[in-house]
Each structure stands twice: as structure tokens, then as C-alpha cells.
Design a protein around this ligand. Structure first.
Ligand SMILES: Cc1cc2nc3c(=O)[nH]c(=O)nc-3n(C[C@H](O)[C@H](O)[C@H](O)COP(=O)(O)OP(=O)(O)OC[C@H]3O[C@@H](n4cnc5c(N)ncnc54)[C@H](O)[C@@H]3O)c2cc1C
Length: 469
């Protein structure tokens, strides 16, 4: 019998499922619907658009050859395909807008090799597990997302951009951070192709629409005894200035520098006994041997070190990793208490300028509570604002964005599910040319690219040639 959970495909999914054997499948509608979601609900705008978009069937391959089998069957039936790792993406990246087959990678999870300065893992490897395997051998990932407990390494490379470690190691796309990756084509005979050096960026952050990542090799750095630090300050601009001082200190290593408005800290109940009430917060990871210099820096900047605990001490105190109060986890902590919160993604003037931050604050309004992440971009310390927004209407949201823009803070739209919409403001024709080569029928997550519809009829070379000079 033909059935379609999505209501968008005309495929006999029972027969399709039978053809996928021996690959594990999930066809129970409740479970398929669950695996059709990611963290798009952070955005009330995306929530309204995406909450009723579902796939039709889930496949859970255990190896590259099982993955190839899934892709061969999808190609044969012209079935739309969306890859899914941990499902922690923010913009509906993993939502199957056209229905079809969801391929969950979490059973392709082997750590293949650990060597000096690198780790190779299958795409579905859980990032925390990769880090644990690395720690045992004296290494750690140079960069990982704050979602490491759930996210996969392939999902991070396909959907993410930066994370814990970026303040010292830069963005994922920077040379050497992704050493190589393997991506598989969606054809009648799926083939794996290796991308190395700068070529990794032909696949990285393309939201899985131009190839199925099966394996990645990432840069690792020597493991250090990181201390989770929380320092508090009276004034937000002062907190931001301290963040910049730490992010650029010559004598203190750091893996995380994040500053949060005092009003957001009210939504961190687990930290209540540990932080001074009503103060602005700077969260950092600093190695044990640099704690003396860190304490002096905080004191010089007029702050107070309220919490400094090793990973073991945090676990003993039943506290989460400190990075669960940074990056998009900050928004999550607020959303746990009140679903009317949402967020924006904003760039800031470089070099970081505390005066620009304090001048902007009164213009933003009481429904905007700032939160900055510090990172290294093109060799310079930069900051991103991921403010909490108390959502009232889309009109007000766009007005806040316009205030940021008018004051020299570029907006990266967090409320759009198109790859051209948020981080990548313009179409990436190199990504799309590789889509043409790796996915000639346009089955992979195609609904997430506006521009794909315009160029799908061209050759890969014609698409590549559209890259602006
Ligand atoms: C609370 C919170 C905190 C976050 N913090 C960070 C952060 O610190 N840094 C950061 O960069 N992001 C962050 N994110 C976004 C997201 O968590 C990361 O990008 C994460 O690494 C995605 O991994 P995942 O396995 O969950 O991917 P998914 O959400 O499953 O997938 C993400 C995208 O990649 C595609 N994809 C998945 N696997 C493959 C594959 N094998 N081949 C091809 N395409 C694939 C999917 O189709 C989708 O388009 C955060 C999100 C939340 C909700």
C-alpha cells in the first residue's frame, strides 16, 4: 500500500523500505515525525513555517556501504533525501521540507584513527565520544560545538561554523581545522570522494545539500586541564572589555570567552548559589596553569571570580560544562523557562569596542538582552552578539535588526531556513557546482537553497563560473 507521512511524495514507501533491507529503518509515523525536527523552534517564525514538515521514512545505515545502498535506492526512486546527525541545527537545516527519506548517521559512529594532531571519525560519531577517545590519548578537538553531547561530527561540519576553541583556533573553515573529509554522491553507483586542504570548504557548511559526508579528519590539539571560570562585573561594557582583554591576553591560553547580560543570568538557576546576584557574567575556559594570570586580569578589569572548577569538580557539584552557558546554549537556558524568548545573530565592529556596545544598548530596548561570543577570524579577535529577544511580533524583530544594522552591526538572519539566508548571505556557487556533480538529480536537501532552483539546469562548470570575481 502506498502511504506518505509528509503528504508530499508519491512513492510506495512500504516497497521502498523493503528495498532498503538489510539497512535498519524507522517507519512508525510518530518516530519519523520526531526525526523530522531540529532546533528551528528557537525561532517563532521558523516554528510556524516548519513544524508540519515531515519526512516519510528514516534509514539508519551502519557503514559506508549501507549508506551507498540507501543513496542508490533514493536515486532510483527520485526520493528527496535529508541527512540527519544529532538534529541540533538551529535553522531547520535538517527538516525534510520536500518529505522523503531521512538518513540518520548516528550508527556510523566509529573513531577510525587518532594520530599526532588529528582524529578521523565516521560522520555519525558523537562529538563528546570523540573528545573522550582523544582525551584518553592526550588530545582534544581544536574546535567543537556546545552541543557536543548530542551532535555528530558530520553534522557539525555540514551545519556548524565555530564553537568552543574558536577564540584561539579560528573558524572551522580556516586552513587546517578540517584536514579532510569524504563525501558520497547520490547516483546509481554512489562513490566516495576525498576533499583535502582548502577543498574541504567545497562541502563544509553546505547543509548536506552537495554530498553525504561519510568520514572527517579534524585537527586536534594537546589536551589541557581546563578550568571552567565564571567572573562577574557591575557593568556590561566592562564585562565585554574584560572579555576582549582575556581573548587577546598574551600570557593566558583560553578555549572559550563569552559575556552575558545580568538579566540573562537570572535564567541560570543552577548557578544561583555560585554567582553574585544581578551582575553581568563572563564565562571562560582557562588552563589550570594560567589561573594566576587569569585571576589578576579579572581583578585588573574590576571583576570578581565567582566560580573556577575543573571538569571533575563541576561534575562533583552536579553542574554542567560551563560552555552550556555559552553559544546557543545561553538561549536554550532561557527557553527552558519561557518559550517567548528567541534570538538574533549579529556581527560587531572589529576590533571589539566596549564604547560601541555601551552606546548601542539604550537604542535596543528592554526586549533585547545582549550576549557576546569572542572568536578569532582572519587572525583578529572578533565578537558576535547572540542576544535574547523577547518576541512580540515579526515587525518588532525586524525593527531590532534594523537598529543593529543602522549602528554598524551586521545581521545574519537566524529566522530563515535557506542556506543563502543566514551565515552565508549570498549563494555559494562552488557549493552548488559540487551539488550538480555529487547530486545530479538534486535530491539532497534541495529545498534549502533558493539559488539551486535557478541553476539546476546548468552544468557544474557553468554554475562554478557564476562565482563573483
Ligand atoms: C543549544 C545549541 C548550541 C549550539 N552551539 C553551536 C556551536 O557552538 N557552534 C556551532 O557551529 N553550532 C552550534 N549549534 C548548531 C548545531 O548544534 C551544530 O551545528 C551541530 O554541530 C550540528 O550537529 P548535528 O549532528 O546535530 O547536525 P544536524 O542538526 O543533524 O544537521 C545539521 C545539518 O547538517 C546536515 N548533515 C548532518 N549530517 C550530515 C552528513 N553526514 N553529511 C552531509 N550533511 C549532513 C543536515 O542535513 C543539516 O543540514 C548549536 C545549536 C544549539 C541548539
Amino acid at each position: 500500500m502506498t502511504y506518505s507521512i509528509s503528504g508530499k511524495t508519491n512513492i510506495d514507501w512500504a516497497a521502498f523500505e523493503a528495498e532498503l533491507a538489510p539497512v535498519e529503518t524507522i517507519s512508525e509515523p510518530v518516530l519519523v515525525k520526531k526525526r523530522s525536527r531540529d532546533f528551528f523552534w528557537y525561532s517563532p517564525i521558523l516554528n510556524a513555517q516548519l513544524r508540519r514538515s515531515f519526512g516519510d521514512l528514516v534509514a539508519v545505515p551502519k557503514s559506508a556501504s549501507e549508506m551507498a545502498h540507501c543513496l542508490r535506492i533514493a536515486y532510483k526512486h527520485d526520493a528527496p533525501v535529508v541527512l540527519r546527525g544529532g538534529g541540533t541545527g538551529n535553522y531547520g537545516q535538517a527538516v525534510p521540507l520536500d518529505g522523503g527519506l531521512i538518513i540518520e548517521t548516528t550508527s556510523m559512529n566509529r573513531v577510525v584513527e587518532i594520530g599526532d594532531g588529528y582524529v578521523t571519525a565516521e560522520a555519525g560519531a558523537n562529538i563528546e565520544e570523540v573528545n573522550k577517545a582523544l582525551h584518553a590519548q592526550g588530545w582534544e578537538l581544536a574546535i567543537f560545538p556546545s552541543t557536543q553531547d548530542i551532535a555528530t561530527i558530520g553534522g557539525f561540519i555540514a551545519g556548524g561554523s565555530s564553537g568552543i576553541g574558536s577564540v584561539a583556533q579560528g573558524m572551522l573553515r580556516d586552513p587546517g581545522n578540517i584536514i579532510s573529509l569524504k563525501a558520497m554522491s547520490v547516483t546509481d553507483d554512489p562513490q566516495e570522494r576525498v576533499f583535502e586542504g582548502d577543498d574541504v570548504n567545497q562541502i563544509h557548511h553546505a547543509w548536506g545539500l552537495n554530498g553525504v559526508i561519510t568520514e572527517v579528519t579534524l585537527r586536534t590539539v594537546p589536551h589541557r586541564d581546563w578550568i571552567g571560570c565564571m567572573a562577574t562585573f557591575d557593568d556590561y561594557a566592562q564585562t565585554y572589555a574584560a572579555g576582549y582583554a582575556l581573548a587577546s591576553a598574551p600570557d593566558i591560553a583560553r578555549k572559550l570567552v563569552s559575556t552575558v547580560d545580568a538579566r540573562i543570568c537570572e535564567y541560570f538557576p543552577r548557578l544561583k548559589e555560585h554567582l553574585r546576584a544581578g551582575k553581568h557574567l563572563m564565562t571562560s575556559l582557562v588552563p589550570a596553569e594560567d589561573m594566576g594570570a587569569y585571576r589578576s586580569l579579572i581583578s585588573d578589569q574590576g571583576g570578581s571570580v565567582d566560580l573556577a572548577m575543573s571538569e571533575a569538580e563541576l561534575a562533583e557539584a552536579k553542574l554542567p560544562h560551563v560552555f552550556e552557558f555559552a553559544y546557543n546554549h545561553t538561549t536554550l537556558q532561557v527557553l527552558k523557562a519561557d518559550r517567548s524568548a528567541t534570538y538574533l545573530q549579529i556581527g560587531c565592529p572589529t576590533p571589539p569596542n566596549p564604547r560601541a556596545i555601551s552606546d548601542l544598548r539604550p537604542k535596543l530596548g528592554d526586549d533585547v538582552w545582549q550576549h557576546h561570543e569572542f572568536a578569532l577570524l582572519d587572525g583578529q579577535i572578533v565578537t558576535f552578539d547572540l542576544p535574547i529577544i523577547w518576541f512580540s511580533t515579526e515587525e518588532r524583530l525586524r525593527e531590532i535588526e534594523a537598529t543593529y544594522e543602522a549602528n554598524g552591526f551586521p545581521v545574519y538572519d537566524a529566522h530563515v531556513c535557506m542556506v543563502e539566508g543566514g551565515g552565508l548571505k549570498n549563494a555559494d556557487y562552488t557549493h552548488l557546482a559540487w551539488k550538480k556533480r555529487m547530486d545530479p538529480k538534486g535530491l539532497l536537501n534541495s529545498a534549502k537553497s533558493r539559488e539551486w532552483q535557478n541553476v539546476a539546469h546548468l552544468t557544474a562548470e557553468e554554475i562554478e563560473a557564476m562565482t563573483p570575481a
